[in-house]
Design a protein around this ligand. Structure first.
Ligand code: HEM
Length: 181
């Protein structure tokens, strides 16, 4: 994934646990790079190793880290660094999630090697929807939950997001049910 993803993990760790913890995480993840360059693609393995190293060196579970990272990505990285794109992506929670393909397409103009996930919103009914998420990448379901919770905060709501259909051998599509008060 692009360096900005790894940079966001670095910022999340240094903000919450300090620079020493980040150096420990780097060591455990066997990262040689001193810095990640935002607009350079890195092997996905680096991102997965970083998350694993945060789990290993803190009291947090993998689920906790993915949720925290998802929220941080929206509220800090997204809102602060790509504010215009985030703001233009929808006036409410349903529209914002429905427009995720446009959002990633806009990001792709800046990052041509982006391998964006595919999203589709269906079955919107009052405060309920299904979110379909398709990606070849494995193990990011709890990241999606964190991203949805972070997106909820943009619109002052606290959504519940549950995986109701995992990927199978034949399909990379997962389905989440999302509801809110
Ligand atoms: C807020 C602004 C957002 C920005 C700037 C953004 C940008 C990005 C970028 C740069 C990547 C890395 C892809 C790569 O390097 O190949 C990515 C991946 C991803 N994005 Fe977004 N994104 C945003 C919001 C969201 C939201 C709201 C969701 C879902 C609710 C989402 C779901 C994902 C997922 C799951 C991935 C991991 C890659 C995968 O599953 O294949 N993103 N995004």
């Amino acid at each position: 994934m692009y360096g900005l993803v790894n940079r966001a993990i670095q910022e999340l760790v240094t903000t919450n646990f300090g620079e020493d913890k980040w150096q420990e995480v780097r060591k455990v993840a066997k990262i040689e790079e001193e810095i990640f360059i935002s607009n350079e693609p890195y092997p996905d393995e680096i991102t997965y190793n970083l998350v694993g190293a945060v789990v290993e060196t803190t009291d947090l579970s993998c689920r906790d880290v993915m949720h925290a990272f998802g929220e941080y990505w929206i509220l800090e990285t997204g809102r602060k660094q790509y504010g215009d794109i985030v703001e233009a992506n929808g006036d409410n929670f349903v529209d914002f999630l429905s427009n995720l393909p446009d959002l990633h397409a806009r990001i792709q103009l800046m990052f041509p090697h982006l391998q964006p996930p595919i999203f589709e919103v269906t079955d919107v009914d009052g405060n309920f929807m299904h979110l379909h998420y398709t990606s070849k990448r494995k193990g990011l379901e709890e990241f999606v939950v964190g991203l949805v919770k972070g997106t909820g905060k943009l619109f002052q709501i606290e959504p519940e997001c549950k995986l109701i259909q995992p990927a199978t051998e034949d399909s990379d599509e997962r389905i989440f049910s999302i509801s809110w008060a």
